[in-house]
Design a protein around this ligand. Structure first.
Ligand SMILES: [Zn+2]
Length: 676
């Protein structure tokens, strides 16, 4: 018996969980773990939220709260969503906790001491308006590889390639919306080329990996690995454990996978056996299986194993990385920003979470992208779960109740049809066993339903409703064989539908925890009790409601965006425009006007002449930020007395309700230049 550590990609703590996440990295892992438990293997299932990185700090800045507030909010929401789907981790931690900081810093230090980290002065985008560096996701632009718009500074979602952020075409700062400049900064790099021979040798042993994963890695290795920065100039994250690196943190992708270990350490501590994690992570016989979406393949098969290779401890390497493809929704890509998604916390308000497990398992995007359709959801629940499996249970149980008071006994002898049916069932369970072993959840579901179909066919052929009049013993045999089929299903379906199968087993009076070995055991006689209908149909109006909700949410989202468009004011003549005297002015001094929180008192050079003015910019800019800036200024507005000062100019600024930004010239034009 070998040990297993199963992990799911750490969900990012900046948003809720949707069905696409579940289908890719969580449900397949939970099913695999439940399968291993059925087989009585020693397995721990480890996860936690990924709590660092720019999207979280950007969101926190927008809301005016600390990143920890964002992290705590979504950690809880994600955890609740998993609970609603019966996805059960042994530990669900988070990467902003102390043990994770300690371990991540240790990983960095050992890589550095072992010669796998170099430092160099590099160039990075810098937002001059905000006076800050713009690492990875703080910049967006056009992908230099495929030309797609909306590529982030670290990766392009369209082609999946990693990007060196300064190669982005038409970069835009996500903080201020301005065009960033390039500045020097010192960063620390993981020397990936040094690991290449060892990585190749290791990956060559992974012939059993899924083809999509192997192809992805091979193309990466063929292109040649390059050094990758593992530090960032932001203030939310694990601090780089070096004095000279003050204000820098470890890149979120460096610290995130280390969370698999730190979460296991937390698990061991909670159990009061703080050393227990070592029996998994340091035992070379432990099988480490990472479930991820396909966008995470390079990090789990190249970067993460490299971190591990550079450590003093002999941590285990990934045994397998069964990455899945993407799930689409109603023919369209799931999109958080367009609100085109089914959120798990919403779903479980309307339906049993296990209905989602069933449909996502039956439709798992294992080899290619797949689609979730509400109509198909309804169809699968009604025609498969209800009409096939539910129907078999209902007719067998109610017949037994009516004629034998629910008492089921094993006959001393079985006839040909019963024997051959049970033999077929046994063959199918072997197939299901290997499906689970090979992460083929779709096929497992299909094969289980084949068993249920076989059960219905058998029941029909035996015609117990006729035979009961003449041969009670034969009917008992029919019920026994049918119950055997249901009992087998209650075991092999447990990884997919743990709670429903628990209910089924309860009716049959079976021990509550299913194990695979009981397939060969015989619990008879059994007494059927508290018979209830396990599955229920999904009605048309329920589906119509969901489709409407989906469309309304997405439409509300679009309208919210459109609502910000204001009608254009009435036309003016060109002469009217010429009346405006707008010039480039340079801010010389700025001080806050006392007893106000909005106003700055400013002196500005308008090209050989100095003027004084009052500007309502203090909420958006400190005096230091604005001094030296060349701004766009309207000069012939009738001077006004504000707070005792004659304001002789007006600085032009844009305001979207969230951000107030002064206007500046794109190129360095002389102070006093006329605008028009
Ligand atoms: Zn691209």
């Amino acid at each position: 018996m070998s040990k297993y550590i199963v992990t799911s990609a750490l969900p990012y703590a900046n948003g809720k969980l949707h069905i696409g996440h579940v289908a890719g990295a969580y449900l397949p892992a939970d099913i695999f773990v439940r399968y291993l438990r059925l087989k009585e293997e020693d397995v721990i299932y480890i996860c936690g939220t990924d709590e660092h990185g720019a999207p979280i700090s950007i969101k926190a800045e927008k809301e005016g709260v600390s990143p920890q507030v964002i992290v705590d909010r979504y950690h809880q929401s994600i955890k609740d969503s998993f609970a609603g789907l019966h996805i059960d981790f042994d530990n669900f931690s988070g990467t902003s906790r102390k043990p994770h900081y300690d371990l991540s810093q240790q990983f960095f230090t050992e890589l550095l001491e072992n010669g796998y980290i170099t430092s160099k002065i590099t160039q990075q985008f810098y937002d001059e308006q905000e006076a800050r560096f713009l690492p990875d996701r703080y910049v967006e632009g056009t992908c230099p590889h495929c030309g797609a718009d909306g590529a982030r500074g670290d990766q392009c979602d369209t082609c999946g390639k990693l990007i060196d952020s300064i190669t982005l075409v038409n970069p835009i700062s996500k903080v201020s919306g301005s065009t960033p400049v390039i500045r020097d900064t010192k960063q620390w790099y993981l020397d990936l080329p040094k690991f290449t021979p060892q990585l190749k040798e290791w990956l060559e042993t992974k012939t059993y990996w899924k083809e999509n994963v192997r192809n992805f890695i091979l193309s990466w290795l063929n292109e040649g690995l390059i050094e990758r920065a593992i530090t960032r100039d932001i203030n939310w994250g694990v601090p780089v454990p070096l004095e000279e690196a003050e204000g820098k943190v470890l890149y979120v992708w460096f610290d995130a996978p280390i969370g698999y270990i730190s979460s296991t350490i937390e698990w061991a501590q909670k159990l009061g056996k703080p050393e227990l994690w070592k029996e998994y992570w340091l035992d070379q016989n432990t099988k480490l299986v990472h479930f991820i979406g396909k966008d995470n393949i390079p990090f789990h098969t190249i970067m993460w194993p490299s971190f591990v290779m550079g450590q003093n401890e002999n941590y285990i390497f990934p045994h397998d990385v069964p990455a899945n493809e993407y799930l689409n929704l109603e023919g369209d890509k799931i999109s958080t920003s367009r609100n085109w998604a089914i959120w798990v916390d919403e779903f479980i308000k309307y339906f049993d979470g296990e209905y989602l497990r069933y449909v996502l398992a039956a439709n798992a995007p294992e080899k290619q992208d797949n689609d979730f359709l509400w109509k198909d959801f309804q169809n699968k629940i009604n025609t498969e779960l209800n009409n096939v499996l539910g129907n078999l249970a209902n007719r067998v149980f109610s017949f037994s109740k009516k004629h034998f008071d629910g008492f089921v006994e094993k006959p001393t002898q079985l006839n040909e049809l019963s024997l051959s049916t049970l033999k077929q069932v046994k063959e199918l369970t072997k197939e299901i066993d290997s499906c689970y072993k090979e992460y083929q959840v779709r096929k497992a579901v299909k094969t289980i339903m084949d068993i249920a179909r076989l059960g219905n066919r058998y029941f029909d052929e035996r015609e117990p409703w006729k035979v009961i009049k003449t041969d009670k013993e034969a009917v008992q045999e029919t019920i026994y064989t049918s119950c055997e089929i249901l009992r087998v299903i209650s075991v092999v379906m447990t990884p997919i539908l743990p709670n429903f199968m628990f209910e089924l087993r309860k009716i049959m009076g079976l021990t509550t925890n299913a194990v695979w070995t009981e397939l060969d055991a015989s619990p008879y006689p059994i007494k059927l009790d508290n018979i209830v209908q396990i599955f229920h149909k999904v009605e048309d109006n329920q589906i119509e409601e969901q489709i409407k909700l989906l469309q309304e949410n997405s439409k509300a989202n679009q309208e919210a965006e459109k609502a910000s468009f204001q009608d254009i004011k009435a036309e003016i003549e060109f002469d009217d425009f010429l009346k405006l005297d707008i010039r480039i002015a340079e801010i010389l001094t700025a001080t806050k006007v006392k007893k106000t929180d909005k106003l700055l008192q400013i002196t500005a050079d308008i090209g050989g002449k100095e003027i004084e003015l009052i500007a309502g910019l203090a909420k958006a800019y400190t005096p230091e930020e604005i001094i030296g800036k060349k701004v766009v200024m309207l000069l012939n507005l009738k001077p006004r007395q504000i707070k005792g000062i004659l304001s002789q100019g007006m600085i032009l600024a844009a305001d979207d309700g969230d951000t107030l930004s002064i206007l500046t010239a794109h190129k360095d034009v002389k102070t006093g230049s006329v605008i028009g």
